[in-house]
Design a protein around this ligand. Structure first.
Ligand code: NAP
Length: 472
């Protein structure tokens, strides 16, 4: 297990340490090195020094490094999944799913590395030529959250390597071990020194602020909460740093009255419970047509009650711990408040005694204006609201400042498509409860973010367009 910082191709001790906790029993798994000003300067200097040379490395070579990283990651999937489960708490099937998803970003961008197409056109005047080319932006700061410690890192490292950018990776303080393991894979895959550096700041706010005000830094790729994202956008404004922001979500899951109930429940279990509900894509507001409401809620509550909660890495567990007791208590508090306002509990909603950050799969029935619907509940809690017409459902679904993802279930594709077109979200699943796919553009509208990761768009978060005009 790697526990040191990675700067300029070297594993180095930092100026302090941080304990990484197993949230399923509150034990300390490891102490990782933490970074201060000296290490941050070294990381930035290394990324800056490596930048020009790395941008000139043949795209095929960069692609092959990513391909190798994909192969190593798949070969070591079981160990990596176990590590993710230990430091994040999630159930092993979720952790394995994440490793394969994460590895696919390396494979996808190994293929995209050699497809950086430009454009050559005659100007309308006929006597000039318009040449358009896409060049690496340069030193990029990658900040990732704890909920998908592998997937959110490879979704940034993959396109940055493909584009020819150098990087400084700053993982969430709850889950640095997975990021360290991924950096180790990149090193073994042949990534040159200085291209990828990893820091774990003792004081994150001042450290990142200093970097965003340093002219050597050119790009910020952030995944995390909307509140931190907005703060970083302000910070990045001073030097007009390019920003890509993958922020919070509050996804509606809409079940129209002609939906196949069995399929919709299956889809909702994926949309709500993948990763124990700790996903930006998690269904957080479940709107069900009143005419099928009772049947749907009964079947959904049955499926939720059948989840097996326990230590994530143990066999048969389908719902692991939250990332920390603090995070679990936030979830429990939101449920208690909803109960005090009259929410009907269909299953769950009781905080278990004993160690670990556990919270059970919970189904609540709430009125359409309940406060729990206004925020992202980052856990296994599903508030259900009944509606009467498609128009009402669409209005309710759009009543949020977030716009990451939405889901709609209907057997009538025309009706579902009309719904999908009316919804304010960057992604919509029609009769699908899981959309994440390295080959598709992932991202939100409204306060869920700026830019797209994955698909053909993802590499462009690390490229800048140059127009070269030629007179002939
Ligand atoms: P968070 O609190 O915003 O933290 C995310 C990252 O930002 C962490 O590495 C954190 O470091 C860092 N950070 C915190 N304060 C900072 C500051 N002042 N300056 C610079 N960096 C700072 O989010 P989280 O709780 O880890 O993750 C959950 C959130 O991420 C949810 O809102 C979820 O929806 C969102 N998310 C979005 C997507 C997407 O693709 N749209 C994907 C996954 C998650 P420390 O850990 O050291 O505090």
């Amino acid at each position: 297990m790697r526990t040191q910082l990675y700067i300029d191709g070297q594993w180095v001790d930092g100026s302090g340490t941080l304990d990484v906790i197993d949230p399923s029993d509150d034990s300390v798994i490891a102490a990782v090195s933490t970074s201060g000003e000296k290490e941050h300067e070294a990381a930035l200097a290394a990324a800056d020094r490596a930048s020009a040379g790395w941008a000139k490395v043949a795209p095929r070579v960069r692609g092959e490094i990513l391909r190798k990283a994909f192969e190593i990651m798949v070969a070591e999937a079981d160990q990596l999944a176990e590590l993710i489960s230990r430091e994040n708490g999630k159930a092993l099937p979720d952790a394995k799913g994440e490793v394969m998803y994460a590895a696919e970003f390396f494979r996808w961008f190994s293929e995209e590395a050699v497809r950086n197409a430009g454009d050559f056109r005659m100007a309308p005047s006929g006597d000039k030529r318009i040449l358009v080319t896409h060049q690496p932006i340069g030193v990029s700061l990658l900040i990732t959250p704890w909920n998908f410690p592998a997937g959110m890192a490879t979704r940034k490292i993959g396109p940055a390597v493909a584009a020819g950018c150098t990087m400084i990776l700053k993982p969430a303080s709850e889950t640095p071990l997975t990021a360290l393991a991924i950096v180790d894979i990149m090193e073994r895959a042949g990534l040159p020194a200085g291209v990828l550096n990893l820091i774990i700041p003792q004081e994150v706010g001042p450290a990142i602020s200093t970097m965003l005000h340093d002219p050597r830094l050119k790009n910020l790729s952030f995944t995390g909460s909307t509140v931190v994202g907005k703060h970083l956008l302000h910070e990045a404004a001073d030097n007009v740093i390019r920003c890509s922001m993958e922020l919070g979500g509050n996804a509606p899951f809409v079940v129209l009255d002609d939906a196949n109930i069995e399929e919709a429940v299956k889809g909702l279990m994926l949309a709500k419970m993948r990763n124990g509900g700790a996903a930006c894509t998690a269904a957080n507001r479940i709107y069900v047509a009143r005419s099928i409401g009772d049947k749907f809620i009964a079947e959904f509550a049955k499926a939720m009650a059948a989840m097996t909660m326990g230590v994530g890495r143990n066999a048969g567990i389908t719902l692991g711990a939250s990332v920390s007791v603090k995070e679990r208590n936030k979830i429990a508090e939101l449920v208690e408040q909803a109960k005090s306002r009259g929410a009907k509990v269909h299953t769950g909603a009781i905080t278990p005694d004993g160690p670990g950050a556990f919270y059970p799969a919970t189904v609540l029935q709430v009125p359409k204006d309940d406060a729990i619907l206004a925020q992202e509940v980052f856990g296994p809690v599903a508030p259900v609201v009944l509606f009467d017409t498609d128009e009402e459902a669409l209005k309710l679904a759009n009543e949020t400042e977030y716009g990451l993802i939405s889901y709609v279930y209907s057997e009538d594709l025309k009706r579902a498509l009309r719904f999908a077109e009316g919804i304010e979200a960057g992604m919509v699943g029609i009769n699908r409860g899981m959309l994440s796919d390295p080959a598709a553009p992932f991202g939100g509208v409204k306060q869920s973010g700026l830019g797209r990761e994955g698909g053909f768009d993802g590499i462009h978060e690390f490229l800048q367009t140059k127009y070269i005009g030629v007179e002939i």
